[in-house]
Design a protein around this ligand. Structure first.
Ligand code: HSE
Length: 300
């Protein structure tokens, strides 16, 4: 039996569309054991009623990819999922399934794949590398696909950085949230984002979170996604007034994250209240940055 813990993740951090990610201190666990025959899947927690218990299950699908590469076929498999990451809210729940399934399956089948192999395999399933790299290596990551593989570097999180994560009650699937994006964006918006990504990476490295207000601005994806998240602009404005240093849509949304190093309760409350005033029930969590990525907590 192996039990793997995988962090929630937030992608983009504003301007770094598909190339910046961050792991958060909220974790799912994936327990996997070999059985004499069949497939048994048990699910507890977030999304439990809707998660498939058959071969369509994403954790199982991810595990199969690893077993195939390792040339291993378990006679049967039992998978127990304990989910704390809200599903389809922009917090990397599907990434956690993919990464958790792959890492557990890799251990069960004799550790044939290294971390880089798992990053590349998980990227192949997910289609963008930002959440995947953050979930696997933890902290804050820059992740770029190049020449058929993912290049991934870790940035140490600034001290005391906290995230007020505000999660609307409605789900938003990444596919839907990517469908509203244009095929082309104006050069002026590309220049806008390039500068901000560079500023953000420098600010993260130096711990200068006072740069976040400008450094987390984005013109490449968030403006197009506002139509999918009622009250989004107002939540951004309210968080800023409450003292947030930087505010972003979390990944493809609909969760919104405000970053700061203090007053987190107030920022979270104001964001939640603003969503509610716009007819969107929402909850908040105040989370630290997870310095660690997915890892096995138990192997028996
Ligand atoms: N970078 C991706 C997006 C993350 O924004 O569509 C999706 O989880």
């Amino acid at each position: 039996m192996v039990r793997v813990q995988v962090p929630a993740t937030t992608a983009n951090l504003g301007p770094g569309f598909d190339c910046l990610g961050m792991a958060l201190q909220l974790y799912n666990s994936v327990e996997m054991s070999v059985t004499p025959s069949g497939l048994l899947i048990e699910v507890q927690g977030e999304g439990s009623p809707d998660i498939p218990r058959n071969e369509d299950n994403l954790v199982y699908q991810a595990a199969l990819k690893v077993f195939k590469q390792a040339g291993y076929r378990p006679p049967g498999l039992k998978i127990k999922l304990n989910n704390n990451i809200p599903v389809a809210r922009g917090l990397g729940s599907s990434t956690a399934c993919i990464v958790g399934g792959m890492i557990a399956a890799n251990i069960i089948s004799g550790n044939h794949l290294n971390q880089k192999d798992i990053i590349n395999l998980a990227y192949g399933m997910e289609g963008h590398p930002d959440n995947v790299c953050a979930a696997i290596i933890g902290g804050i990551v820059v992740a770029v696909p190049a020449d058929g593989e993912v290049r991934c570097l870790k940035i140490p999180p600034p001290k005391n950085l906290r995230a007020a994560v505000t999660i609307p009650e409605f789900p938003l699937f990444t596919r839907t949230s990517r469908e509203v994006l244009p095929q082309q964006v104006p050069m002026s918006d590309v220049i806008f984002n390039l500068g901000r990504v560079a500023l953000l990476v420098s600010a993260l490295y130096t711990g200068d979170i006072n740069q976040f207000g400008v450094a987390m601005e984005d013109r490449v994806h968030q403006p197009y996604r506002t139509t999918l998240v009622p009250g989004m602009k107002k939540v951004f404005a309210a968080a800023k007034l409450a003292g947030a240093k930087g505010i972003t849509l979390s990944g493809a949304g609909p969760a919104i994250i405000a970053y700061s190093d203090g007053n987190m309760e107030l920022i979270a409350r104001v964001m939640r209240d603003t969503f509610r005033q716009n007819g969107v029930p929402a909850k908040s969590m105040i989370l630290g940055i997870s310095p660690v990525g997915a890892r096995a907590l138990e192997i028996k």
